[in-house]
Design a protein around this ligand. Structure first.
Ligand SMILES: [Zn+2]
Ligand SMILES: [Zn+2]
Length: 334
């Protein structure tokens, strides 16, 4: 039975229903290998176990074989076949669950964490993601391509092997619509990009900047929902992540490496969610960002009920706690 999307009539969120599926997220992504000798089977995502997975959609090759590999999710949230035409149901809006669901196996090494990736490994991973987003955006049925990673079971990861997800959605989800509206309002009233204004303000003042290079900036945001939340922006106005050129991928890889090292040093490698906020397929007026959220606190009732977050650490304290060691210093000391 196909999934379907119900849009909240108050416009606050969207719900994906999977009728009849007692889904255990991500556990069905790959065939579980069966060993006749009773040994614990190998992880299907490890290098050397490729036969247990479905075909490879994209990869980045290293000297010993693949370093990053993208495969179809064996139990996808959406079906690839069908129409994405929405239809009314009385006062409600429903959309058929047509889309694509891919898994990026971030590393061939089972016990790697995002805190272990070198700048060159980040570059390979980001390069593969850029190519997948570019490819999926060619399909006019997919209105938004989401890229995200949960690291650690508290952050929602159900498989130990490091991986991230690429989800092509048949609709623009609430959070992105909300951001688009904010961009459009700001552009209409001030004729400037909202994020470019934030970058201008933060670089003028400097107290919430975690790290920066000539193309990217990492901030502890002014209104941080969670302790040690980090937002990464391209300094210049850049709407679509998949338009990032090779030189900027190198610089972004260094920023990501440095942010992860700072989180690792400050918090001993916390459970972490990383989400890309990117321009929808048919849209103008966006400025992409990558957001890192360490899962140190659970969401409280006040947040569920009011959208108010209680955060014990100010962004200025985060910058002070995460130190000012530069990327070069971190590389030299690892
Ligand atoms: Zn593995
Ligand atoms: Zn901008």
């Amino acid at each position: 039975m196909t999934t379907r999307i119900h849009r909240d009539p108050l416009g606050r969120f969207d719900v994906i229903y999977e009728p009849g599926m007692a889904r255990t997220p991500l556990l069905g992504e790959a065939e579980t290998p069966v060993r006749s000798d009773g040994e614990v089977p190998p992880c299907p995502f490890c290098r050397g176990s490729e036969q247990y997975c479905t075909f490879t959609i994209a990869s980045s090759e290293g000297v010993d074989g693949w370093d990053v590999r993208v495969i179809p999710n064996r139990v996808p949230l959406f079906s690839i076949e069908g129409s994405t035409e929405g239809f009314p149901d009385g006062i409600y809006d429903t959309i058929e669950g047509v889309g694509a669901h891919e898994i990026a196996i971030d590393s061939p090494r089972h016990f790697d964490t995002p805190y272990d990736y070198t700048p060159s490994h980040w570059q390979k991973l980001l390069g593969v993601v850029v190519n997948r987003l570019s490819d999926l955006k060619q399909d006019s049925r997919f209105k938004y391509i989401s890229y995200y990673r949960n690291y650690g079971s508290q952050a929602g990861a159900h498989l130990e092997h490091p991986h991230s997800q690429i989800l092509a959605l048949p609709f623009v989800p609430f959070e992105i619509r909300h951001r688009q509206n904010k961009f459009e309002d700001h552009m209409r009233s001030k004729e400037r990009c909202f994020i470019c204004d934030i970058i201008h303000h933060e670089t003028s003042h400097g107290q919430r900047i975690l790290t920066e290079n000539e193309s990217f900036l990492a901030l502890a945001p002014y209104a941080s929902r969670y302790p040690f939340e980090v937002h990464i922006y391209p300094r210049e106005h850049r709407e679509a992540f998949e338009s990032t050129n090779r030189e900027d991928l190198v610089l972004l890889s260094h920023i990501l490496y440095e942010c992860h090292q700072k989180l690792h040093i400050s918090l001993s490698g916390p459970p972490l969610q990383m989400t890309l906020y990117n321009r929808p397929r048919k849209s103008g007026g966006f400025h992409w960002s990558l957001e890192l959220v360490p899962l140190l606190l659970s969401t409280t009732a006040i947040t569920m009920g009011t959208g108010v977050y209680v955060n014990p650490v100010t962004p200025e304290q985060v910058v002070a706690a995460m130190g000012s060691r530069s990327c070069e210093e971190i590389i030299e000391n690892t």
